[in-house]
Design a protein around this ligand. Sequence first.
Ligand SMILES: [Zn+2]
Length: 302
Amino acid sequence: MTAHGHGWGQGRLAMAEQEPISPFQYLPVREGSPVRKKRDLPDGLWMRCNDCEATVYRKAVAENLEVCPECGAHFRVGARPRIQQLADTDTFEELFAEIAPEDPLGFKWRGQNYADRVKAEQEKTSNTEAVVTGVAYIKGRRVALGVMDGDFLMGSMGSVLGEKITLLIEHATEQRLPLLIVSMSGGARMHEGALSLMQMGKTAAALGRLDAAGGLFISMLADPTTGGTTASFAMLGDVIIAEPGALIGFAGQRVIANTIKTELPEGFQRAEFLLEHGFIDLIVPRNQLRSEIARLIDYCCP
Ligand SMILES: [Zn+2]
């Protein structure tokens, strides 16, 4: 299991680097007394929480669903470990795994072909795309489940991601299953240009058909959910749940501040601020998520 700070600009979690971090590193250093570093700790056994700066035992964090045992900060989780956290043991059946992205524009960026980049991301994450889709049971309730992976090209929405989400929505509609999508995304995928933007309309239209059929869509927003993902399916849930502290927004804070030339309120793109202002319905800590989803399904689909 890994929590992801990688590639997002403001990762909330730093793994212990080559130098093992000593818990004493954060104590005030008295003049003249050398700080001794423990050299007998294997790499990665300890990690530092970027929120509270506590040095915590890696295994304790994993056992705590990738939540800091000291301050409760929710670290980023990849698609596969999140499915393990959410679904009843061994109940996840993957669907649409065979659909993989192509390179329709022959796109090159920073000297790298998009096609090669996709291959590297597939090897890194063991996913064909930045979303894993299928069906699973959560506390005995069968659900159509889609989980985005922020480690795959920043969880960006390309045409295959949009297609897989759409197929999952249609599967939920046909099979009359509650739908749960966990979003974690940097937005539209620039490597596919306008084809990425078309996914916003496509997923939204499919959700419209699910809604007309009386289906339930629970949208869960993990840290971070931004750009075209926020502007389409992620914000169209019948119930919108966010993880504590999750960054949720469309454009980045600096872009907005520069555009409207106004100082923005502290934490205005965090889950807590959005709850206070009515953009989301619930903030649910990770250890209560399964129970909360089961409760919502029972309430909405009696
Ligand atoms: Zn912490």
